[in-house]
Ligand binder design. Structure first.
Ligand SMILES: *[C@@H]1O[C@H](CO)[C@@H](O)[C@H](O)[C@H]1NC(C)=O
Ligand SMILES: *[C@@H]1O[C@H](CO)[C@@H](O)[C@H](O)[C@H]1NC(C)=O
Ligand SMILES: *[C@@H]1O[C@H](CO)[C@@H](O)[C@H](O)[C@H]1NC(C)=O
Ligand SMILES: *[C@@H]1O[C@H](CO)[C@@H](O)[C@H](O)[C@H]1NC(C)=O
Ligand SMILES: *[C@@H]1O[C@H](CO)[C@@H](O)[C@H](O)[C@H]1NC(C)=O
Ligand SMILES: *[C@@H]1O[C@H](CO)[C@@H](O)[C@H](O)[C@H]1NC(C)=O
Ligand SMILES: *[C@@H]1O[C@H](CO)[C@@H](O)[C@H](O)[C@H]1NC(C)=O
Ligand SMILES: *[C@@H]1O[C@H](CO)[C@@H](O)[C@H](O)[C@H]1NC(C)=O
Ligand SMILES: *[C@@H]1O[C@H](CO)[C@@H](O)[C@H](O)[C@H]1NC(C)=O
Ligand SMILES: *[C@@H]1O[C@H](CO)[C@@H](O)[C@H](O)[C@H]1NC(C)=O
Length: 294
């Protein structure tokens, strides 16, 4: 049933659109589609598919708009998929000390797919909306999502009580940084893949995003949490899906990234925010020793 459903869905879509096929529908676990101008790929990335649901993405061939429709009934604490749009640029991987700006814009919505479902809470929906990036001091390793030492996330929304790795409301004075008036808070910890994750969490759900996010990366080396010789290899935007008892549709529009090489424009040390506390400074060290001694 699980395998049959996406096939039927895909066939129905093709038939309905046969007069003007402007959307591409992808339902496979690791399907990829290149954007018309090759600047982006759209990815289904159902890496945590446990057989308890399904997901398809619909991509508009001419724009950067895409929809992901999904549900997963089991394992609500685990990520099932990360449908995303990914930057493809000759500038990547780029050394952090050579990243002058990384402007990202997008708008999005997340709703139950069926208009008869009241809201996301009704179907116990759990998901986030994130910019997901990967860094490593080795540029080849950096061009991967599983091999790099560091993952840096920007959480612009969360549903169903989802929080970043290392989040605790009892952390006193976690580091913060303001991007055009929105104060992001930094949490960190290791993921199940042995990577160290830094997550910047927005104070409320941000549904329209248009920022140079490079200060959130420069903050990390300017506060000696990572080395400035790390390369940024992967930049993606999408939703990590955890759970929903019936379909959810994530709809993203107007995605655009502009990346440029050169002197970093912003000195994050001078731009406000508390100094990192001792726990955050020591965690990466503890992590380093754990993994080199084992
Ligand atoms: C969109 O892409 C699909 C698959 O690559 C193709 O079949 C379809 O003709 C394309 N539509 C347009 C309008 O380019
Ligand atoms: C739910 O979404 C999946 C994946 O997009 C699709 O295959 C299925 O037909 C949808 N179910 C309903 C009831 O619309
Ligand atoms: C996404 O869903 C919206 C609302 O149903 C629709 O208007 C839009 O055409 C869809 N976009 C794609 C790329 O499927
Ligand atoms: C990075 O990997 C992607 C495939 O995931 C590939 O298309 C691209 O050419 C690679 N870039 C570099 C610089 O190796
Ligand atoms: C985002 O929206 C959901 C659903 O309304 C809500 O439960 C959640 O608390 C919001 N997140 C934040 C950080 O405000
Ligand atoms: C920054 O905030 C100001 C005031 O809210 C707004 O007018 C401006 O568009 C914002 N800049 C960006 C890049 O979003
Ligand atoms: C990137 O964003 C910065 C800060 O908002 C702005 O000054 C710059 O013009 C933007 N660059 C591009 C190419 O959009
Ligand atoms: C994307 O951003 C670049 C650089 O800021 C800009 O030149 C281009 O017009 C933008 N594209 C769209 C579709 O907004
Ligand atoms: C590619 O197309 C997208 C969507 O129209 C646009 O945002 C982006 O600026 C384009 N990039 C280039 C290099 O033309
Ligand atoms: C910065 O990146 C540009 C573009 O890839 C490259 O030409 C330049 O050599 C780099 N500069 C340094 C100092 O690495």
């Amino acid at each position: 049933m699980r395998l049959l459903a996406p096939v039927l869905f895909g066939a129905a879509m093709v038939q309905a659109k046969s007069s003007a096929p402007k959307n591409t529908v992808l339902c496979g676990q690791y399907d990829t589609h290149w954007s018309a101008n090759q600047s982006y790929t759209f990815n289904t990335n159902e890496w945590g598919d446990d057989g308890s649901g399904a997901q398809c993405i619909s991509v508009n061939n001419a724009t950067t708009d895409f929809n992901a429709t999904w549900s997963w009934s089991d394992n609500p604490t685990l990520v099932h998929s990360f449908p995303n749009i990914k930057l493809q640029s000759d500038l990547l991987p780029i050394e952090l000390s050579n990243l002058s700006h990384l402007n990202i814009s997008a708008s999005w919505s997340m709703n139950p797919s069926s208009s008869s479902v009241e809201n996301l809470d009704t179907i116990d929906a759990a998901a986030n909306v994130v910019v997901d990036m990967f860094l490593d001091t080795d540029p080849t390793t950096a061009n991967s999502t599983t091999l790099p030492k560091y993952e840096v996330m920007i959480w612009i929304a969360a549903y169903g009580g989802k929080k970043p790795i290392g989040f605790s409301s009892s952390i006193k004075n976690p580091p913060t940084h303001s991007l055009n008036g929105t104060i992001y808070t930094l949490y960190s910890g290791a993921n199940n893949n042995g990577q160290f994750v830094y997550s910047w969490l927005a104070p409320s759900n941000v549904t329209t995003f248009d920022r140079d996010i490079s200060p959130l990366l420069h903050y990390l080396w300017q506060h000696k949490l990572i080395s400035e010789s790390n390369y940024l290899g992967v930049v993606q935007f999408g939703t990590e899906t955890f759970h929903a008892s019936s379909n959810v549709t994530f709809s993203a529009q107007d995605f655009n990234i502009s990346v440029a090489a050169g002197q970093p424009l912003v000195d994050s040390r001078a731009a406000g925010g508390a100094l990192p506390n001792l726990v955050l400074l020591l965690l990466p060290l503890a992590f380093f020793f754990t993994f080199t001694c084992s």
